[in-house]
Design a protein around this ligand. Structure first.
Ligand code: DWN
Ligand code: SAH
Length: 408
């Protein structure tokens, strides 16, 4: 899909950054596939009318979400804890009806929905990537392997009835056809039901210059301002917002049918913060582009210097986000020897575009490099805690969020 019109309100977009030609962020591959590797222009734009920041072009969804999807949610213990806490909150506050139904979009390997399944609560997961959906089914989680849209919402209502709670973590921002999704929510949600979803927050991306959140799967970069406009068009309103520290700064939104639940003061307070940050001003995104270019130049200069000094640098975490960083900054295997990752499906393959080898983390441990480049910077607490020995032996971490630095 390639459009210069806002996917939400159809106004003309103001493109503010191009990262050039990019491969599929989770398209880890073997050399046999190099010649047919798919590329598209990764470019983001701002809508001055409804304030939604979005991709200008997004690959077809089947190119990203399929039976070999490489991201398994349960690879992070911190995320497992995060979703356990969310499940407890939902159970305590929102499942008061008898025999309630919970529906989750993008349920992946069941990291969140498993908490409802194990408590015997009726649930449905919607997960188009067949391999991760199968992992969830094997855990006893009821999962439909399809893309959520209005038609599927209707089918779920027919088969299971309306939902008390609709959950969506790190998936709403992946879906370009949000009007169909919200029409689906209109059918699926009980009159007093609640939608709870979270995604990387635009305010954090701007403040931390975390431009690596921009990649093919992320069609949108949400703010409370842009989402308020979108939900109002479909008879919903945001009733509460709660910042989350996971994934480098996310926002959790609580949404209900307009007028049904009281609106918490956090919503107005966050809108005021967004105005202070300039999230509704196009100039903010021009500044972001300058900051991103500086970050790129500094990271490349640092890695070139380390190579000249004969130091070994290994990437930590073959994240989707790292595809933007490696391709945009031109980081090849000359600068980053390999990328360490715990995900079996990624190991032995090569990273998208720049083709850096991806190896099991045991290799990182077997022969420590001089520097670990934190591609999974959003999990840095978890990573550093488990790699204390690396530091004890003189290893150092490099991060580029919020600025390029060797962590002392
Ligand atoms: O939005 C999305 C988020 C939720 O997950 C998806 N579009 C895709 C994915 O993004 P990502 O790939 O950038 O996610 P993570 O969670 O930053 O990826 C972590 C990667 O790092 C995984 O491949 C596992 C790996 N890892 C590791 O090797 N050792 C992670 C940890 C915590 C570790 O200790
Ligand atoms: N919720 C998990 C997974 C996030 S990754 C977590 O927070 O860790 C995004 C997930 O959304 C992928 O598993 C992908 O297959 C799924 N997805 C993408 N488009 C979707 C759609 N239209 N409907 C439902 N799920 C979708």
């Amino acid at each position: 899909m390639n459009t210069r019109q806002c996917l939400i309100c159809s106004a003309s977009l103001e493109p503010f950054i191009s990262f050039g030609q990019m491969p599929i962020a989770n398209g880890f591959l073997t050399p046999a596939d190099y010649s047919s590797e798919y590329f598209f222009e990764l470019q983001a734009g701002f809508c001055g009318s409804c304030y939604m920041v979005q991709l200008i072009e997004q690959p077809r969804r089947e190119k990203m979400f399929h039976e070999n999807y490489a991201f398994f949610s349960s690879t992070s213990t911190r995320m497992a804890k995060h979703f356990e806490t969310l499940a407890e909150l939902v159970k305590a506050r929102y499942l008061k009806a008898s025999d309630p139904l919970v529906v989750e979009l993008g349920s992946n390997d069941g990291i969140l929905l498993g908490h409802f399944a194990r408590s015997g609560i009726r649930h449905v997961g919607v997960e188009p990537s067949a391999n991760v959906a199968q992992v969830a089914r094997e855990k006893g989680i009821c999962t439909i392997s399809r893309f959520f849209d209005e038609d599927l919402a209707q089918q779920i209502v027919t088969d299971h009835g309306q939902a008390d709670v609709i959950l969506a973590a790190n998936v709403m921002c992946h879906i370009p056809y949000l009007h169909s999704v919200l029409d689906g929510f209109g059918k699926l949600l009980k009159s007093d039901g609640v939608i709870i979803f979270e995604d990387p927050y635009l305010g954090d991306i701007v403040e931390k210059i975390s431009y690596d959140q921009i990649y093919d799967e992320h069609a949108f970069y949400f703010s409370v301002a842009s989402l308020s406009f979108l939900f109002a068009k479909h008879g919903f309103e945001i009733v509460d917002v709660r910042p989350q520290s996971v994934h480098g700064g996310s926002m959790r939104y609580f949404v209900a049918r307009t007028g049904v639940h009281p609106v918490d003061p956090s919503v107005g307070a966050q809108l005021a913060k967004e105005d202070q940050l300039g999230l509704r001003d196009s100039g903010t995104y021009v500044t972001l582009r300058h900051n991103v270019e500086r970050s790129r130049d500094e990271l490349l200069a640092l890695l070139k210097r380390l190579r000249q000094e004969g130091k070994r640098v290994v990437g930590y975490g073959a994240t989707s986000k790292s595809t933007t960083v490696t391709n945009y900054c031109g980081l090849t295997a000359e600068l980053v020897e390999f990328i360490s990752d715990t995900t079996p499906i990624k190991q032995g393959k090569f990273s998208p575009g720049v083709h850096i080898p991806v190896r099991p983390y045991e290799e990182f441990r077997a022969h420590y490099p001089d520097y670990g480049l934190l591609f999974a910077w959003n999990h840095s607490g978890e990573v550093m805690a488990k790699e204390l020995d690396f530091r004890d032996k003189g290893g150092k971490w490099i991060s580029y969020v919020p600025s390029v630095q060797i962590l002392e």
